[in-house]
Design a protein around this ligand. Structure first.
Ligand code: SF4
Length: 302
């Protein structure tokens, strides 16, 4: 395998300039190596209907994250490098294995620190089904440009409208600005959604927002930004699934959202005339909907 180490990493908005060896611990904020580790690669049924459809989405969950949200719903895999380290050959095998299972798409979950390897894999083998980039929204537009033509569907979160909230919960005061630039770049690349005859998204942008307890104002601010900057053909998915994971969080995050909070946000979205989005039932706020992460054991495959 060619040397895949990254000498000075500036892939995400943190732009640490850190050294990331091919394997082991990197020196940047994310502490991640250059080669991706995959925690799970399975058919996934819990995305929005145009993504999961009836056959499921071929989700590849990468370990680690460039954000550090204190309330992370997937902290078992986002806070550390876990799973099987792999390279572009291993990724191509995963793409093909998932395609053989009849999934509607290949869904790259938290790919940000690993774009160089993912790009190499997609340049060699572009799946016959759409490739979905499923991200926190904390992206550098420059980095996303390097993925142009390889990603068909962008599925970013838009978490925060205010720098203070972004800093408070995710140590990322620049999140609103970075996410705005990233979403513009995503829209430039893929535009509004295009669906096949079964309603499965083939191309386009779908923006997600997780409603947090005691943070309705933040959610309304996010919706304002989306409505002012993206056409109504871009759907918004309002997620009600927040649940406290038991970790150290600010006091207001130690409960689920209330029905009233969720109603305030959904009603505002409808008031804005964005009625082509997705909503969740309150029972989505349950840890049962977090996948088990031990499907791929920690072993070095390459
Ligand atoms: S991917 Fe990691 S090392 Fe690279 S800039 Fe982002 S946080 Fe820093």
């Amino acid at each position: 395998m060619a040397d895949t180490a990254i000498k000075s990493c500036r892939l995400c908005p943190r732009q640490c300039g850190a050294s990331r060896p091919a394997r082991g611990s990197g020196e940047g904020f994310c502490r991640l190596p250059a080669l991706p580790a995959v925690c799970r690669a399975e058919k996934h049924l819990w995305e929005e209907p145009p993504i999961s459809g009836t056959n499921g989405s071929g989700a590849i969950f990468f370990s680690g994250c460039v954000l550090r949200c204190e309330y992370c719903q997937n902290s078992a895999i986002s806070r550390r490098s876990c799973g099987a380290v792999t390279d572009e050959n291993g990724l191509i095998e995963l793409f093909q294995r998932l395609e053989d299972q009849g999934v509607h798409n290949i869904n790259l979950v938290s790919p940000t620190p690993y774009y160089p390897t993912i790009r190499k894999a997609l340049e060699r083998y572009k799946p016959a089904v759409p490739v979905v980039c499923n991200t926190s929204g904390y992206e550098r537009a420059e980095t996303l440009k390097s993925m142009e033509g390889l990603i068909d569907v962008y599925l970013p979160d838009f978490k925060y409208a205010s720098s203070e909230t972004a800093e408070k919960y995710s140590q990322a005061a620049d999140y609103p600005q970075a996410a705005a630039e990233a979403v513009f770049e995503m829209y430039r690349q893929v535009g509004s959604p295009v669906y096949d005859e079964n309603g499965i998204m083939q191309r386009g942008l779908l923006v997600r927002h997780l409603v947090l307890p005691d943070n309705v104002e933040n959610s309304l601010g996010v919706l304002d930004w989306i409505d002012e900057n993206l056409p109504k053909t871009v759907p918004v998915s309002l997620m009600a699934q927040y649940f406290p994971t038991g970790g150290e969080v600010h006091p207001e995050l130690r409960r689920r959202i209330t029905a009233e909070e969720y109603d305030q946000v959904t009603n505002y979205m409808l008031l804005l005339g964005r009625d082509n989005g997705f909503f969740q039932e309150p029972e989505a706020a349950d840890s049962r909907y977090v996948p088990e992460w031990n499907m791929i054991k920690k072993e070095d495959k390459t």
